[in-house]
Design a protein around this ligand. Structure first.
Ligand code: ATP
Ligand code: MG
Length: 457
């Protein structure tokens, strides 16, 4: 008897789920609106066994931004992929504004070049052979390939310099200790720019220009970054700066002056350059390295023969710079430093969606609430800054409160609830600004007025 009853109950549950599906499809007949229930692709949480190692790692897993694959490698789920694409647009904007040209280089890099630069024995290289037994590595960085390309531009006139070429591609490093999710992966997205100049003086000017573009990128993201003098390490060269987001879990120790904007990586202390100690008030903090700039000089261009022809017709070696940004690392590091309590906070311009509309729970006048939510969706979506930035949480079987909590956890900056006050003579909607923790009621026109200035990329 009880068994029959539970079958009947579960049948009726299934039916109402089917009905919901039909109603939803009917309301979304063009299929263009983004309904939240269409977006959960993650297998049940219990399926992956990955232990999180820090707050941002936990938040990205819990909110279906990433899903673990194997050590140091992740699936980026739809929200994560959108954030990556938006961050890519911000980076493209700023680098193209200073004359950077985007390219894409092969991932497979021939050992021949890496032997020439004496980097073939780097422990992080993932190495493989083709069927003819030729050795390759999966590119962890691309100084060798880009320099070999520029070699082939010979005779390259000095008038063409500086050359500023960059790519945003997957990099591979067999890290000793992959850790903290996207912060230290074995494959990850990196932006790498390589610059070629005629003189060291010009290369230093280019270096400053790229560093300024980095400052702009981090300012647009509204991130609390610090720029410090860094070690040149395995990449080599003459001058280097690192960009860090200060965070307890950061794996670098930095010394930052409390009075001026001087700072350095602690690795540099004792390297013969500690004059600053006398003038600065240094405090030690941990940082997550999100970007790195190197003035390389001729370290690669000499060995790999990347030359230009000067105005007297003489052939000279180019002076190089290289500039990395850890794109996937920036995504998680931002979540690490901005999030509050159990809620993700994104740099607002790269939030996966900007507005989440939540119609009243199913029941009395449910259809009316749903169609008002769709109307508001269409109006907001037609604003140039908000096109494709709206999400509708159509899971009307859940309470409004539960859905607000979820949108807040996912870090969506604006929530609009279509609740009872939407039935008043002048319909009113509840607007929640999640990062400001501010709530107010507004008419459709006021909501639109308020949202037409939201900054998106
Ligand atoms: P780290 O000291 O953290 O290993 P790195 O000095 O090896 O960094 P670079 O070779 O300068 O890093 O690479 C450029 C940028 O790529 C770094 O500033 C960082 O933001 C990012 N990056 C480097 N290694 C990883 C990794 N394993 N996972 C994710 N991002 C990384
Ligand atoms: Mg490294």
């Amino acid at each position: 008897m009880s068994c029959c009853l539970s079958i009947t109950l579960s049948k009726s549950k299934m039916l109402s789920a089917c009905m919901r599906q039909v109603v939803r499809r009917y309301h979304n007949c063009t299929g263009k609106r983004k309904y939240l229930s269409d977006m959960f692709y993650s297998p049940a949480k219990s399926k992956h066994k990955e232990e999180y190692s820090c707050k941002s790692h936990r938040l990205l897993l819990a909110n279906d931004i990433i899903y673990p694959c194997h050590s140091g490698a992740y699936y980026l789920l739809p929200f994560g992929q959108r954030v990556l694409e938006k961050l890519t647009r911000v980076i493209d904007d700023e680098l193209q504004a200073i004359g950077g040209q985007k390219i894409s280089m092969p991932t497979l890099a021939p050992s021949k070049l890496w032997r020439k630069t004496e980097r073939w024995n780097t422990p992080e290289l993932f190495k493989l052979k083709d069927r003819a037994e030729t050795d390759y590595c999966l590119g962890p960085t691309h100084e060798e390939l880009i320099t070999d390309y520029v070699r082939q531009l010979h005779p390259l006139s000095y008038k063409r310099l500086p050359l500023m070429l960059y790519q945003i591609t997957r990099k591979f490093r067999d890290e000793m200790a992959p850790k903290y999710g996207l912060l230290r992966g074995r494959e990850f997205e990196m932006k790498d720019m390589y610059t070629f100049d005629a003189t060291e003086e010009n290369a230093r000017v280019t270096y400053e220009i790229v560093c300024n573009a980095y400052d702009k990128i981090f300012k647009r993201l509204n991130l609390p970054f610090v720029k410090v003098a860094g070690a040149t390490g395995n990449i080599g060269g003459k001058l280097s700066h690192e960009y860090h987001l200060p965070a307890d879990i950061g794996q670098d120790q930095l010394l930052i002056c409390e009075k001026c904007d001087f700072g350095l990586n602690k690795e540099l202390v004792g390297a013969g350059d500690d004059e600053f100690g006398k003038h600065c008030h240094l405090k030690e903090i941990n940082g997550i390295e999100v970007g790195h700039a190197f003035l390389l000089g001729t370290k690669y261009s000499e060995v790999l023969d990347a030359c230009f022809v000067d105005k007297d017709g003489n052939t000279q070696v180019t002076k190089m710079g290289c500039f990395g940004l850890g794109v996937t690392r920036i995504i998680q590091a931002s979540v690490e430093v901005l999030s509050v309590d159990d809620n993700i906070r994104w740099p607002e311009v790269i939030a996966p969606y900007h507005v989440c509309i939540i119609p009243q729970k199913e029941g009395y006048m449910a259809d009316k609430f749903f169609s008002m939510a769709n109307d508001l969706y269409d109006k907001l979506d037609s604003l140039p800054n908000l096109h494709d930035e709206i999400l509708l949480d159509d899971r009307t079987q859940l309470t409004v409160g539960k859905r607000i909590k979820k949108a807040n956890e996912m870090g969506l900056p604006y929530i609009v609830v279509v609740g009872r006050k939407a039935l008043e003579e002048i319909p009113l909607f509840e607007v929640i600004e999640t990062s400001e923790k501010r709530t107010f009621f507004a008419s459709a026109e006021q909501v639109i007025e308020h949202m037409k200035n939201i900054q998106t990329v």
